[in-house]
Design a protein. Sequence first.
Length: 376
Amino acid sequence: MRVGKLYAAIDLIAEEFSEYEIEQKLTQLQSALNTSVTSPNEQNTQAFRGSYAEVGKVLESCDTNNATPTQRRILDEIGATQYIGKGLWEKISTIIADNNITPANALQEIITLNKEVHSFHESVAKLNKEFENLDLEYDELESGEAEIGIAIPPEMVKSNLDGLKEEIREFDRIFKVFRELKGESVESSKIRSISSSDFQLFLESAPVVAAVIAAAIERIVAIYKNLLEIKKLRENLAKQKVPKEATKGIEDHEKQVVNKELEELAKSLIKENYKGDDGRKNELKNALKMALGFLADRIDRGVLVEVRVAEPEKPEEAEESEEGKKATTREIKAYEKQKQLAENINRQGRSLARLERGSKPILLLSSKKSKQDKEK
């Protein structure tokens, strides 16, 4: 991973612990549970339940829960996931559920967990301070900036430059299609940063282009999930000894559903976004369908594609003059619109973080194969 991305992840965790007062909430939970164990009565039980619910509410609302796939990978690699957000809440709720009959055991496990969380937080705070003192690069988006992240499994390109070059060329080609769709100049994407745990690239993007790519990713993930459910249904029928002839219709449907869905997605994206010349419209629709097919195929085969954008800066307070107040009102309306756009992009762009893939590719797409695929 790149140190700039790691720095940004560490800083996010440190800010989260401070903003949500996580250690304080855990101390309160431990204290309430201790009181409930040593002086069991209805009042103390209710106090513990209230503290428990408060901890759950806080941890469920943490920003790290909304990490992008590549951010999530960093958090996993540094062992942070179990001590933040939903990961920490899962550990706490499991302790309470497993020791419902023996709250004294739950107390001892909570005490141990709180010590681990404290040690983790202490290490994060120290590391964050050292990064700051060393004046290391901090790789984070500025207000209004957008980026497209791609993480390519090394084995997919046989871990060599030829394969990586071919794959990057293909991604650059499809992103040009999305740029044209939004009326942006059709040029090669600029690289913000590169990492090598996987082959990770982070590309500059206009927010409007990021928005349409994020929407496409969300829809592709929905298509994937739908097909995975159909596939599971067919496999369950096979386990029940249902004759293959009887399930042939389902198998035929699987083969048709992806191309049909991608064609419909291309049509809707053109209708919603393209404002250019009608003569180019049909050509662009065909190019967009090919781009969507490539994107779906790569997602199906384990490539991470994410989109995110930084929220815009909030306008300053209004001036006293009437004209100044009107100008500020316009700025606030524009800010709210941009903020909503950013929230939509980030929500859609995180779709892959919630995707549970099958063990093998299931979309059965016949997109252009790389030189490495042909050699296999």
